[in-house]
Design a protein around this ligand. Structure first.
Ligand code: LLP
Length: 425
């Protein structure tokens, strides 16, 4: 690894005191496309994917990229070309997969509130599986499938009730959150699913949370799911595939999640030991494929020294980078062209009219108005969660591939933001 590479960011490094992504100077990206702008490294995405692929060599596994993490068409295209399917949660995401050239038969559909219209659209296209999250959903999906003369392939998302030890907002496999079917009701719900004429039971799935940095919750969840597979099959319902969801964390700030291949070495050993090693497996990673592939470049608008705090006001805000405001999340912030000299303690904040609009608190930086900063680990759940709050157009996005820079989303203009609105007569 290059000595100037930043922790957790193998494709971003300082070369001659200027921050580069692959072979491109990020200052040039900011100058050419303006700020804020998101830049993603294609090599970084593919190497994150390769870690999973290495871990699964010789196994029957399909990777479904959880596209909610970053749903830019070009990002989807990169993963589709690399063999991924997609885990979707809405009709909108389905439309994006098709627009990016993804195959319907490599789509699985998750989410607690699929509408009849979304079910119909997905059934007509022939997606691989519906990950069903409740009995009510089973009944409606059965109904929609029968009305189309089809059988919907289903898997039940089972809530294994393990603690993923992550932020409460992104922990999903515990009792008391809205996701999945309770472990103790799973066999009963499988029997109901198997009895419905419009459904065909094909698998089981779970997803216990996000930004998981330990192997143990996965190992526990796997045990709980395998116990259920035994019980469900004993009831005469074959389970073709087992889907372990997503959730593997990334290094934001010295976090040490297991590498994907190391994690799967442990999980596969458990599957083998329990006699499930040759079962068709599926996973739904999101953040771990794209999170550290992306940065958000933002210019310093003003420095505002204060009595209690010094503020560094940048042109990106909570509408572009919602994670700090929503989850008190930490993103490293570094200058694109570091200055020599003393650091000052600053809060890096955006221009939005909310005290919650901060990007980083108490950071040591030596910056002046006009400098460009890079907010790191911004490839996942940033642009995909962005908004137009304060009538701020969404940022531009570029994909970097070696020395090439491709504009993959143009910056939104103010007019774009009120495009579908109408005055009254
Ligand atoms: N599968 C299901 C059913 C999910 O709900 C999720 C994420 C994933 C897969 C992908 O999880 P990942 O591998 O990305 O952890 N906005 C939050 C994260 C929300 C995750 C929602 N579900 C954040 O910025 O931290």
């Amino acid at each position: 690894m290059n000595a100037n590479t930043l922790p957790g960011q193998p494709h971003i490094a300082y070369q001659a005191n200027t921050l580069c992504m692959e072979n491109v100077k990020l200052a040039d990206v900011a100058a050419q496309f303006g700020t804020p702008v998101f830049a993603y490294s294609k090599a970084s995405m593919l190497s994150a994917l390769a870690a999973y692929q290495r871990g699964f060599a010789g196994r029957k596994v399909q990777i479904f990229y959880a596209m909610k993490a970053n749903s830019n068409l070009a990002v989807l295209q990169v993963f589709a070309k690399a063999g991924c399917g997609f885990d979707i949660v809405s009709g909108g995401e389905l439309a994006r997969v098709l627009a990016a050239g993804g195959a319907p038969e490599k789509i699985i559909f998750s989410g607690v509130g699929k509408t009849r219209a979304e079910m119909k659209q997905a059934l007509e296209l022939g997606i691989a599986c519906f990950n069903v999250e409740s009995e009510a959903e089973l009944e409606v999906l059965n109904d929609v499938a029968l009305s189309l003369g089809q059988k919907a392939p289903v898997s039940l998302r089972v809530n294994p009730n393990v603690d993923p030890k992550t932020h409460p907002y992104i922990s999903t496999g515990l009792k008391g959150n809205k996701f999945g079917v309770a472990h103790e009701n799973a066999v009963k719900t499988y029997k109901r699913a198997a009895a419905l004429p419009g459904l065909s039971v094909v698998g089981i799935d779970c997803h216990i949370g996000s930004q998981i940095t330990e192997a143990m919750p996965y190992l526990d969840a796997m045990d709980r799911i395998l116990d259920l597979v035994v019980d469900i099959e004993a009831a005469g319902i074959p389970i073709h595939h087992i889907d372990f969801g997503g959730g593997l964390g990334i290094d934001y700030n010295g976090d040490t999640p297991p590498a994907a291949d190391a994690l799967w070495q442990q999980l596969l050993a458990k599957l083998d030991a329990r006699g499930f090693g040759q079962r068709q497996l599926m996973i739904e990673p999101g953040r771990s494929l794209v999170g550290n592939a992306g940065v958000c470049l933002s210019d310093v608008v003003f420095m505002k020294p204060g009595e209690q705090k010094n503020f560094c006001i940048i042109d990106a805000a909570m509408n572009d980078l919602p994670r700090p405001a929503m989850y008190q999340a930490f993103h490293q912030i570094v200058p694109v062209r570091p200055r020599a000299g003393a650091m000052t303690l600053v809060d890096v904040v955006g221009p939005v009219c909310e005290s919650g609009d901060w990007i980083g608190r108490d950071r040591e930086l030596n910056v002046q108005a006009g400098d460009t900063l890079a907010v790191l680990s911004a490839g996942a759940y940033c642009m995909s969660m962005s908004s137009n709050y304060n009538t701020r157009g969404r940022a531009a996005e570029v994909l970097i591939d070696g020395d090439q820079v491709h504009l993959i989303r143009k910056r939104e203009t103010a007019a774009d933001t009120f495009q579908g609105e109408h005055l009254v007569p």
